[in-house]
Design a protein around this ligand. Structure first.
Ligand SMILES: [Zn+2]
Length: 569
């Protein structure tokens, strides 16, 4: 007797091996059998015409806060994701005592666009140390599985207080930090993360705490994981600019870190139209480090990294004084103002005055506009038309055209502004690199700026079905077995008897992201972009049905996934 049998589906098991028709039986949270099953089950899922595959694993998220108010992990769960890794880029909520939580939130607010009101209202702070945070996540009822890194910014702030934002660590600070890293990894932290990028700033324009660390501090903290023989190190990379000397210096340090400590090192990498080949040495580095005895793998995206903008959130012109006046009005009044020809002329005129202050941007804030690279998101997947293209065809000014397109949808029209990965040949090349992992949704962060929880359904719809660039077997392997292996998630990422029953059932002809929407459903009414997907029939986590036709069943079968040392304790 099984708990669940998925009948007549086509198994794509995550290994990359060819698909086959079979039933899949689940008992006690585990995959119990794959084959032609004659027994009965409490629940039968008919999967004829559907693919049965492992649940997808997203290793680059920022769900650390969201897990406490949205336990099923939207929007990721709507895209077949059953496990996430959180705490990336140096941002975690522990270690931190409740009295200091505002300091940690300061690290998160601008760098990751998580509203402090939402964090304040949505989190019951019940921890101080990282092991206590893990316990809090473990106690919280969850829909999907969560693994957590400890973040350098939180750690630094915990140990150094306000000094974390302006000083180097002294030797006492350093030994206190090393003690916390050791305790975290022993308790099951999946690793340790840091950020050295200027994209990560506090609301008052200062670097987040981890950016004050010198390289020796980073080396010593990662070294603790090496001594313990567990944990992955993730880094949001240093600002080398395009100076070859600085790039080389940084790459040499990364390689030495991986080789000397034996700790797996991972980082995200994108191509950029401003420096088309910048990414290449970072892939070579992963190969070279591996030859030298280190381990390195690269997190890549599956499409352009797009800001998703609308008048409901931000436009690229909001910092201009004339625009600012209009933009602070309620949406209906903005609409009326935009329909007034005189106001409209003034708004268009303002964009012609090139004032650099209007274009200062960090992280995922809008950039100065090149209309060739501003797209109308009128469908979920590319190709998209640029505003320039539409304006040229109509013989209009592109700003005017931008306003008109927005008005035509009641100001709800979304526009895409790529920050990176504009060249899709580069995207494919990076996805195909043997040391790449397709991940980096940033889910839980940048909640009103980007919407990449759909990057995995983008792979299955765009690259597999529409473009035939990958077989379904290759794509599923990229999204399941590869991340599970790199992050060491035990018994997940493949369909094998005895392994955790994280399973998705989907229609390969229909699976696709839907258009995003804007909602104010975060704690304290904070806003976020939401995106669902079509084609997903059933999402099973640890042997229980979490989603049926992508609707939550009420089950909360998710687990905290602890790193390997916790199991030994
Ligand atoms: Zn991140």
């Amino acid at each position: 007797m099984y708990d669940i049998i998925i009948r007549n589906g086509t198994i794509v098991d995550g290994s990359g091996m060819p698909r086959f028709r079979a039933d899949l039986g689940i008992a006690n949270g585990k995959i119990a059998a794959i084959g032609r099953l004659h027994e009965n089950a409490r629940e039968t899922i008919e999967a004829d015409g559907h693919i049965v595959s492992p649940g997808i694993i997203d290793a680059h998220t920022h769900m650390d806060a969201q897990v406490f108010w949205d336990p099923i992990g939207t929007c990721s769960c709507w895209h077949g994701i059953t496990s996430v890794v959180m705490g990336n880029c140096g941002f975690s909520l522990a270690p931190c005592a409740e009295k200091d939580k505002l300091l940690v939130m300061r690290n998160l607010e601008r760098a990751e666009d998580i509203a402090p009101e939402a964090m304040e209202a949505g989190i019951k702070w019940s921890w101080e140390t990282f092991p206590q945070y893990l316990d809090a996540v473990e106690r919280t009822p969850k829909g999907i599985n969560y693994a957590a890194y400890m973040g350098h910014s939180a750690l630094r702030t915990y140990v150094m207080g306000e000094r974390a934002f302006d000083s180097e660590a002294n030797s006492e600070d350093l030994s206190a930090m090393k003690r916390e890293v050791r305790a975290a990894v022993r308790a099951g932290a999946i690793g340790f993360t840091t950020s050295r990028t200027r994209n990560h700033q506090t609301p008052d324009g200062h670097p987040v705490a981890s950016r004050l660390a010198n390289w020796d501090e980073v080396r010593q903290l990662v070294g603790v994981m090496g001594e313990e023989g567990a944990g992955v190190f993730e880094i949001a990379g240093e600002d080398t600019g395009f100076d070859p000397e600085r790039i080389k210096n940084y790459l040499d340090r990364l390689k030495a870190l991986a080789v000397d400590t034996g700790v797996p090192v991972t980082y995200g990498m994108f191509s950029s139209r401003r420096a088309p080949d910048y990414w290449r040495p970072f892939f070579k580095l992963a190969d070279e480090s591996s030859q030298a005895g280190g381990k390195m793998f690269i997190q890549v995206h599956s499409r352009s990294l797009n800001l998703v903008m609308s008048f409901e959130t931000v436009t690229p012109f909001d910092r201009m004084p004339v625009w600012r006046e209009i933009r602070k009005l309620p949406l209906a009044e903005q609409e009326a103002a935009l329909r007034n020809p005189e106001t409209r002329r003034a708004l268009v005129q303002a964009t012609k005055e090139n004032d650099a202050r209007n274009h200062e941007a960090v992280g995922a804030e809008p950039r100065g506009v090149n209309f060739k690279y501003l797209y109308v998101m009128d469908q979920p997947n590319p190709p998209f038309r640029s505003v320039q293209e539409i304006a040229d065809a109509a013989g209009k000014d592109p700003v005017d055209c931008f306003i008109e397109l927005a008005l035509a949808k009641g100001l709800k029209q979304f526009f895409l502004q790529p920050l990176a990965n504009e060249n899709q040949d580069h995207v494919l090349e990076m996805m195909r690199h043997p040391r790449s992992v397709v991940t980096f949704s940033d889910s839980g962060a940048h909640v009103s700026q980007i919407m990449d929880s759909s990057l995995q359904t983008h792979v299955l719809s765009h690259w597999v079905r529409d473009k035939h660039e990958f077989s379904l077997e290759e794509a599923i392997r990229m999204l399941t077995f590869v991340p599970a292996s790199n992050w060491g998630l035990q018994n997940r990422g493949l369909l094998r008897t005895g392994w955790a029953a994280d399973v998705i059932v989907f229609d390969p002809e229909k699976i696709a992201p839907m258009l995003p929407t804007l909602d104010h459903d975060l704690p304290a009414g904070a806003r976020r972009l939401k995106q669902k997907a079509t084609g997903l029939k059933t999402t099973i986590v640890n042997g229980q049905v979490l989603l049926k036709n992508n609707e939550h069943t009420g089950a909360l079968p998710g687990q905290l996934l602890r790193g390997p040392l916790a199991a030994r304790a």
